[in-house]
Design a protein around this ligand. Structure first.
Ligand SMILES: NCc1[nH]cc(CCC(=O)O)c1CC(=O)O
Length: 338
């Protein structure tokens, strides 16, 4: 029964079930995403044995401090990447929004899946849309990108810090701590909470974060067993859009938490990449866009970033980064601002 190569590749033998260990965070959204990828893989390979290996990351533990202060987005993925590097897991499922621009040596984002709704969602128990918020209303978000754009649109709003996983954030809204909050539509939809979305914010008002709404699958470079298994889950269009967005972000900053938005779309074979860099108070908001060939996605991203840097983004980003302790300066609480 055994093929001639059974000894050199025992794991591929028809008699041994193939095992794939997926590293995931324990938050309900992360678990949903990992289960989703598991289900898609099982639909392709009914005999595959897929295990979820859960981790609590630094980012999950630290909820009361600004993430920018403690090292930014990498905190949600480091433990998962360590598990890939030392073989405790074969695959990590990420929200692309949370994946830093530079991956550790030896790992790659082999697959980017089809994007879910990329917009930001306005969520409130009292108000049907953002424009209905009264003067001075308390709006919850801890994203500098959302803060900058929303304050630009409505300088009167009081942006109040909001942390925790999606369920925690909704509970804080329901407890009356905020008049409204902003969350990613994708996370709410995945968790079956789409009915909490009052308004999907138009990208002209709140341009999404780089990678928002897309899932990325990370594995070891050269692990062709895993990259072959997951290859059918890739979405070429989302892949080129997210590559453009990440090249844009990479050229501007790297992976830290900064008021940068980047969003690419495809229409009739052409890519449009929109980018924004703002000041946290929203007083300044630089906007630009570039149209071109999706085959040149990374060049488009880099070119748009260079244009924004020339227009003053370098100065705005420097303001964000000069504080060694960003926390106090960067997460405006209601009292600091008004
Ligand atoms: N920063 C946390 C995070 N990372 C990814 C999502 C949502 C899902 C996605 O963008 O794919 C969220 C929650 C949110 O921003 O409301």
């Amino acid at each position: 029964m055994n093929p001639p190569n059974a000894l050199s590749t025992p794991v591929s033998s028809p008699n041994t079930p193939q095992i794939l260990n997926i590293a995931t965070r324990k938050s309900p959204l992360a678990l949903w995403q990992a289960e989703h990828i598991k289900a898609r893989l099982l639909a392709l390979y009914p005999d595959l044995q897929v295990n979820l290996v859960t981790f609590v990351t630094q980012g999950d533990k630290i909820l009361d401090t600004s993430l920018s202060k403690i090292g930014g987005k990498g905190l949600f993925v480091k433990e998962l990447e360590q598990a890939l590097l030392d073989g405790r897991a074969d695959l990590a499922v990420h929200s692309m929004k949370d994946v830093p621009m530079d991956l550790p040596e030896g790992l790659e984002l082999a697959v980017i899946c089809e994007r879910e709704d990329p917009t930001d969602a306005f969520v409130s128990n009292q108000y049907k849309k953002l424009a209905d918020l009264p003067i001075g209303a308390r709006l919850g978000t801890s994203s500098l990108r959302r803060c900058s754009q929303l304050q630009h649109y409505r300088p009167d709003l009081r942006i109040v810090d909001l942390r925790g996983n999606v369920g925690t954030r909704l509970s804080k809204l329901d407890a009356g701590e905020y008049d409204a909050i902003i969350l990613a539509s994708a996370g709410l939809l995945r968790l079956g909470l789409g009915d909490r979305i009052r308004e999907r914010l138009d990208p002209t008002l709140s341009l999404p974060a780089v990678g928002q709404g897309a899932l990325g699958l990370e594995c070891r470079i050269g692990d062709t067993r895993v990259s072959d298994l997951i290859a059918p889950l890739a979405d070429a269009k989302t892949n080129s859009c997210v590559r453009a967005e990440r090249a844009f972000n990479h050229r501007l900053m790297g992976g830290c938490q900064v008021p940068i938005a980047g969003f690419a779309t495809l229409k009739q074979g052409e890519m449009t990449l929109q980018g924004r860099v703002g000041s946290i108070d929203g007083q300044e908001l630089l906007k630009d866009e570039i149209v071109g060939d999706p085959a040149q996605a990374e060049l488009l991203g880099k070119t748009l970033a260079d244009r924004l840097l020339a227009a003053g983004a370098d100065r705005l980003l420097a303001q964000v980064n000069i504080f060694p302790d960003q926390d106090a300066q960067l997460i405006p609480s209601s009292d600091q601002h008004h």
